[in-house]
Design a protein around this ligand. Sequence first.
Ligand SMILES: Cc1cc2nc3c(=O)[nH]c(=O)nc-3n(C[C@H](O)[C@H](O)[C@H](O)COP(=O)(O)OP(=O)(O)OC[C@H]3O[C@@H](n4cnc5c(N)ncnc54)[C@H](O)[C@@H]3O)c2cc1C
Length: 652
Amino acid sequence: MTEKLIDGVYIEGAKIADTKAPTGPIVERWETRKFQTRLVTPANRRKLDVIIVGTGLAGGAAAATLGEAGYNVKAFCYQDSPRRAHSIAAQGGMNAAKNYKNDNDSVYRLFYDTVKGGDFRSRESNVYRLAEVSANIIDQCVAQGVPFAREYGGLLDNRSFGGVQVSRTFYARGQTGQQLLIGAYQALQRQVAARTVAMYTRHEMLEVIVVDGRARGIIARDMVTGEVQTHLADAVVLATGGYGNVFFLSTNAMGCNATATWRAHRKGAYFGNPCFTQIHPTCIPVSGEYQSKLTLMSESLRNDGRIWVPKDAADCGKDPRNIPEEDRDYYLERKYPAFGNLVPRDIASRAAKQVCDEGRGVGPSGLGVYLDFAEAIGRVGKDAVSAKYGNLFDMYARITGENPYEVPMRIFPAVHYTMGGLWVDYDLQSTIPGLFVTGEANFSDHGANRLGASALMQGLADGYFVLPGTISDYLAGGPYPKLSADHPAVLEAQASVRGRIEKFLSVNGTHSVDHFHKQLGHILWEKCGMEREETKLREAIEEIRALREEFHRDVKIVSKDTDLNQELEKAGRVADFFELAELICIDALHRRESCGGHFRAESQTEEGEAMRHDDKYAYVAAWEFTGVSKPPVLHKEDLVYEYVEMKQRSYK
Ligand SMILES: Cc1cc2nc3c(=O)[nH]c(=O)nc-3n(C[C@H](O)[C@H](O)[C@H](O)COP(=O)(O)OP(=O)(O)OC[C@H]3O[C@@H](n4cnc5c(N)ncnc54)[C@H](O)[C@@H]3O)c2cc1C
């Protein structure tokens, strides 16, 4: 490792490699790995304890599957029911390579689209496995009774999502996540009834216990009583979702946070590509200073809705219905005729920003573009549009007070998803042996940009198929030595949690947690949002450090820790967001190329498209924690492309 400080903020360490991914033909790799993994015989599984933190789609599916396999599972979530995981919010659908529409789809095409969509910053082996497993997920969910939309003849229906030219997205109206979650939940509850899974709701994991280099348990706080508890196991799985709420305003549920992954990072789990955040083009624009949440209008709407702004900035204040066709700029259809309104999210978001920067944005703030259904309603009728998107239209009408069947919707990009997350190998194991990470919480298969409808696919692939196939290799080495509750590592983790709680309660400052969180989000959005550049990123790092210091000096938490105390919960989460935000900016600063959701102003083509630098940056950036405000260490994992040629992405 060179100890040299680079850019004044980080150090470069040894390279890292994914040693679990088999070589050989890509079509055989997953089968090969499954055959290589050591197994645990059914009678021995009940002797092994597995903790799963998070019971959204990724964790719920994993807990149900491992419970059914016979392991002793303890599952945790901070909501009052697994049914309330953020996964419930997913609207548009889930991809799978079934080729039901007979439009030349295949496992290979889904693999190809996903690698290209991720702007060549994901692993080929992982993405191929994801595409391969996708078809099994549909069968699994149909068997559970998930009510996917069907065509008149009874066959499962499909629609399209961004960045692809086939229809492979399975959906349940605009409630796909909810229906999938009910499927996973009933499978989970079956195991709870069978006593293979013990469910701990309203419990927040606040620390991971690492003994002799292995993850051996967690410290969790009962959010109702405040009791700080120790839970020990042979392996720990984090399925704790994404960190989009670091930006304060996002489409994520209010509770989504990074505490579980950040605490693990502090204990030795590397963080992969933290700056790869997804900004979704189709959200209801910000309406004022007192807003705490943004609402997604599903990408599925872009199947039929047409995006436009006035050609002339002088028309922006007019009633859109009175702007004639020839005075409208359907800019996505104009710039990207092959994919039109269904270009990938990173491209659509930047294009919206561009027209707004030109002064052609619509709505009170000027930060909006139209999503217009007039043509679709004229073509197929209002009833047909309502049958497909009715609940989304109702939601829009309730939030904005406008009727989208009559007036075009107004939309603008908003933070939505995080491609970054804890680094994992092909087995989904982090750099801490025994600590596995699934779903949005890992750095995942999406590279620098996730294609629509592929997060549900990845979460369920991880939970139902991949993790159950790989974790046995680690558990076959167990049961690991019994630990007592007064083991020094357990006591240290307990003390660290209690110390933090006591510190927050003793500050007695003058401002609420949200006061600081909002400012943090503002810095990130302005300086590390849709467009990033060197000077602004450097400013952001300084501003985040100063604000973090102020937060710890001046935050006010009322009440006590032996009770339900949401301000206390938020304080811990925002403290972790502060540290993560700094790493996000360092990662963004070091990657002097544009790729996917990471657009560096200094690296663009003449046409303003993202310009990668494969000679320098074709790697996963895996960051090691060295201390607060201490330079993190960068470990590079080289990305090798044997099957998909790396080239400039084009959707024209
Ligand atoms: C509005 C919206 C719409 C979307 N629509 C789609 C779509 O149509 N198609 C698609 O593919 N993707 C979609 N996505 C993305 C997708 O929904 C998510 O990526 C996915 O559901 C994440 O699932 P998960 O299981 O990884 O995490 P989550 O569903 O977020 O679950 C996290 C779990 O971890 C628990 N948890 C977290 N931290 C702790 C802790 N410290 N202690 C204890 N428990 C903890 C939570 O309680 C929860 O149970 C959408 C996202 C949003 C925001």
